[in-house]
Design a protein around this ligand. Structure first.
Ligand SMILES: NCc1[nH]cc(CCC(=O)O)c1CC(=O)O
Length: 310
């Protein structure tokens, strides 16, 4: 059992969330040479886990997957929380901060189908299941002839739906499939050029109490500088667009040879309208670059863009 000075890591209970929390625990053990039983993993149920019967975009509200975990972090019942960066709201509750980003996994989406080798190869009128507004809009943009249906649930549920013929294909983040050891089901990987990921996709983040020296020192060796830079840019982009849960937004920042490159896109849910921007800058200006990209897209789209379907 964990002792008095145990480190408590809060996480959701989904297989993916647990895999991520275990990865953080393993890295803390390796970085500090500590015993694994000093670290306790505390499973916390969130509203996003409990609501299974509706698309989450319909439920709306910020922090569906984070609120209950953040309450425990603020109370001191847990010391750290592990999240998928993609699920994190751009504004955190007072007193909390994202204190480390693990090195990003492959940010690409994976295409999964037993009917076709790629999205391009699906027959006309094929059905693709996805609950992500971004994926739905991108699919419709690339393949207006395809029907998109709502698809929630874990990997097993989705595969069963494919086997039952509810849909011909689905899309999931490659990073999540890798963490679950499920890469064998992947049919194709989507090029980020024409199928850009969600901001934060593929990056695990650690949330902590802001300015808590004990936990800051613990997670510091786990932070991957280039990923933290990319995420600062992507999250500033998202914040500038004030992305409600109902806006399809894609964005990916990369750091190579000391330079930061960002590409962002906003789409209408039906995929008929899309605006894109690509910017480069210095890693030190990551947040400013993200904000600039967001402003550019808002200007290009015009005021009517966000209000036209909401
Ligand atoms: N909203 C669910 C979610 N949040 C993060 C991931 C994947 C892992 C990641 O992006 O790091 C997923 C599942 C998916 O999109 O397939």
């Amino acid at each position: 059992m964990a002792g008095q000075d145990a480190i408590r890591i809060g996480t959701r209970g989904s297989p993916l969330a647990l895999a991520q929390a275990h990865e953080v625990r393993d890295r803390l053990v390796a970085a500090h040479g500590m015993s694994a039983d000093r670290i306790e993993i505390v499973v916390i149920s969130t509203a996003g886990d409990r609501i299974q019967d509706r698309p989450l975009a319909e439920v709306g509200g910020k922090g569906l997957f984070t609120q209950e975990i953040e309450e425990q972090l603020r109370d001191g019942r847990i010391d750290l929380a592990v999240h998928s960066s993609k699920d994190m709201p751009t504004v955190l509750p007072d007193g909390l901060a994202l204190t480390a980003f693990l090195e990003r996994e492959d940010p690409r989406d994976a295409f999964i189908s037993q009917k076709a080798k790629s999205l391009r190869d699906l027959r006309r009128g094929a059905v693709v299941g996805s609950s992500s507004l971004r994926r739905q809009a991108l699919i419709r943009r690339l393949r207006p002839d395809i029907e998109v249906v709502q698809f929630r649930g874990n990997v097993q549920t989705r595969l069963r739906k494919l086997a039952e013929g509810v849909a011909d294909a689905t899309l999931l983040a490659n990073a999540g499939l890798r963490r679950l050891g499920k890469t064998d089901i992947i049919t194709d990987l989507m090029d980020t050029g024409f199928f850009p990921p969600a901001p934060g996709q593929g990056a695990i983040c650690i949330e902590g109490r802001a300015g808590d020296p004990r936990t800051d020192a613990l997670v510091e060796p786990l932070n991957h500088e280039a990923t933290a830079t990319a995420l600062a840019c992507e999250r500033a982009f998202l914040a500038e667009l004030d992305g409600s849960c109902r806006t399809p937004i894609a964005g990916l920042a990369t750091v190579a040879d000391g330079a930061l490159a960002f590409r962002g896109m906003i789409l209408t849910p039906d995929g008929t309208q899309a605006h894109e921007t690509a910017l480069e800058g210095a890693p030190g200006d990551a947040a400013a670059l993200g904000r600039e990209a967001g402003r550019k897209l808002r200007q290009a789209a015009g005021d009517g863009f966000f209000s036209s379907w909401q």
